[in-house]
Write a protein that binds this ligand. Structure first.
Ligand code: FAD
Length: 482
């Protein structure tokens, strides 16, 4: 069941007919024109099983030229399309709302070049993140981003959502590491911006428009990205704090005492921890002697094992002595480190197993983050389980409210409260997941009316008929005015 207030189908969009299918078969050489109901059912349903579209057609092009021909045709026929990657969107961004044609570039999954000196990788947009990670591992490099959905999400989807994830603290956002893109516009025009230069100040840097625009301005077909070297010494500590203030203090201490080797700082509260241990098989509490209110994962990555270990141990000893940490353990090998990460990365999956989830992905001043969680618990009482975790080092809270099933009375207690609260702090209602369908009408909580108008004007220029990912990102009311 969807909880979004879904706009009506735009009547100016055509519906597919047999001539369209014949055309697509011709362009794709008879392959990658999917009308099979089972396959379409998966592509019509989002990862959370919250949103469901009714598309009758998915296209799987293999070249930029094919993407261009498809879009040119759809634009002239006024057929709406939804670009889809690994379909791991958490905001209903990747599924059709009605009968939009799904375009998935998953078959465009070639690595085009890798420069071992600069670390610059050029690949097609359908490459799965985890496959890129494995490729780079052999070359002595890593991807600048990592996230729980790595086994399914595509780099084109990551770029289109400006995905953050676990490494942003160290390597920054994709706006920094993406050096170039190839994008196909709604009318089929191919924009070759596939530069591999670190420095290039030649006019407006248009690639940034497509990073985070969630398939609403064009389809990303190729990517050039700067990747960091793989460093030999990686350590991971799983730590416990009794209160949220201690988590913040530990963050400040970690930034100053661990300095350049700090590579991740994640947190989860006791509700998140209990849920993961209950729902996911084979996981054990790394700190079993007692329960704690908060858990923090600190990762260090550096070039010299002895130096990094010494630094980490001194930092931990001091934090325990000063009472900021009540317990902690450092992973002894890669398997233990993976099991620690599995706890943090497994929270979304554990939540899904509980039933319905109301998901909020907020950027807030770090000192305010847990105030919201506590207020939400007070509002909802025993009607829901309020679970908090996220990328504390980036000021990013994942606030999740879990109930056995979707319930409009619960929703009315959560929204608009959560958005108003965030807006009052000048926070962001979407730190990293995007706007999608879920928040298209909520954009004003984080953006001024003038800003939203400019966004709508850009959309009009690049996609005048509005065929690309309709009903998402921008409020339909604003688009119909501009
Ligand atoms: P999809 O979900 O298929 O699409 C996402 C959006 O991008 C849609 O609007 C779609 O239209 C558009 N799109 C997809 N491909 C293209 C393309 N080639 N060109 C143009 N538009 C395109 N996000 C984070 O930022 N950090 C996290 O830590 C994180 N963890 C996650 C953990 C789990 C378990 C899950 C399920 C999701 C998580 N996410 C996280 C959400 C995140 O947005 C995605 O996982 C990922 O970036 C989306 O990639 P995808 O290929 O699945 O794209």
């Amino acid at each position: 069941a969807s909880t979004a207030s879904i706009p009506e189908r735009n009547k100016s969009f055509a519906t597919i007919n047999s001539d369209d299918i014949s055309y697509f078969n011709k362009v794709l050489g008879g392959r990658g024109v999917v009308q099979d109901e089972e396959k379409l059912d998966d592509a019509n349903t989002d990862w959370m099983r919250k949103y469901k579209g009714s598309s009758k057609l998915m296209l799987q092009p293999r070249t930029t030229q094919e993407v261009s021909q498809i879009l040119d045709y759809c634009n002239s026929r006024c057929l709406a399309v939804v670009p889809q990657g690994g379909n791991t969107s958490l905001v209903g961004g990747s599924i059709p709302v009605y009968d939009e044609v799904i375009i998935n570039v998953g078959s465009m999954n070639n690595i085009l070049s890798f420069d071992k000196v600069s670390g610059i990788l050029v690949c097609e947009a359908g490459c799965i993140l985890e496959n890129l990670m494995s490729f780079l591992d052999n070359e002595g490099y890593i991807m600048p981003l990592d996230l729980g959905a790595k086994g399914s999400c595509q780099i084109g989807g990551n770029i289109s959502t400006n995905a953050g994830g676990l490494r942003l603290l160290r390597y920054g956002s994709l706006h920094g590491s993406v050096l170039g893109l190839e994008v196909v516009l709604a009318n089929g025009t191919v924009l070759d911006m596939l530069g591999t230069l670190r420095k290039d100040n030649t006019g407006y840097d248009l690639k940034h428009l497509f990073i985070g625009s969630e398939g609403s301005l064009g389809i990303v077909t190729k990517v050039s990205i700067l990747t960091p070297p793989k460093l030999p010494s990686v350590n991971l500590a799983f730590l416990a704090c009794e209160d949220y203030l201690s988590c913040q203090k530990i963050l400040v201490e970690a930034k100053t005492k661990l300095g350049e080797i700090l590579s991740a700082f994640e947190f989860l509260d006791i509700n998140a921890m209990d849920l993961v241990l209950k729902q996911l098989d084979g996981l054990r509490d790394p700190l079993p002697s007692s329960k704690h209110n908060f858990y923090v994962l600190i990762e260090t990555t550096g070039s010299m094992e002895s130096h990094d270990k010494e630094k980490l141990e001194a930092f931990l000893a001091q934090a325990i002595e000063s009472g900021l940490l009540t317990d902690g353990v450092v992973a002894q090998d890669i398997n233990q480190a993976s099991s620690f990460w599995r706890i943090r990365e497994g929270v979304p999956e554990a939540l899904l197993k509980e039933g319905a989830v109301y998901k909020y992905d907020l950027s807030l001043p770090p000192e305010k983050i847990y105030d919201l969680v506590e207020e939400m618990r007070q509002r909802l009482g025993t009607a829901a389980n309020v679970v908090a975790y996220g990328h504390l080092g980036d000021g990013n809270l994942h606030l999740n409210i879990s109930t056995p099933q979707y319930d409009d009375n619960i929703l009315a207690k959560i929204e608009p409260f959560v958005y108003e609260w965030t807006s009052k702090q000048r926070g962001s209602i979407s730190a990293e997941h995007g706007i999608g369908l879920m928040k298209a009408n909520k954009l004003h909580y984080s953006n001024s009316a003038e800003t939203v108008q400019v966004m709508a004007a850009i959309k009009k220029v690049l996609d005048p008929s509005g065929i690309l990912n309709p009903y998402k990102v921008l409020p339909t009311s604003v688009l119909s005015q501009s």
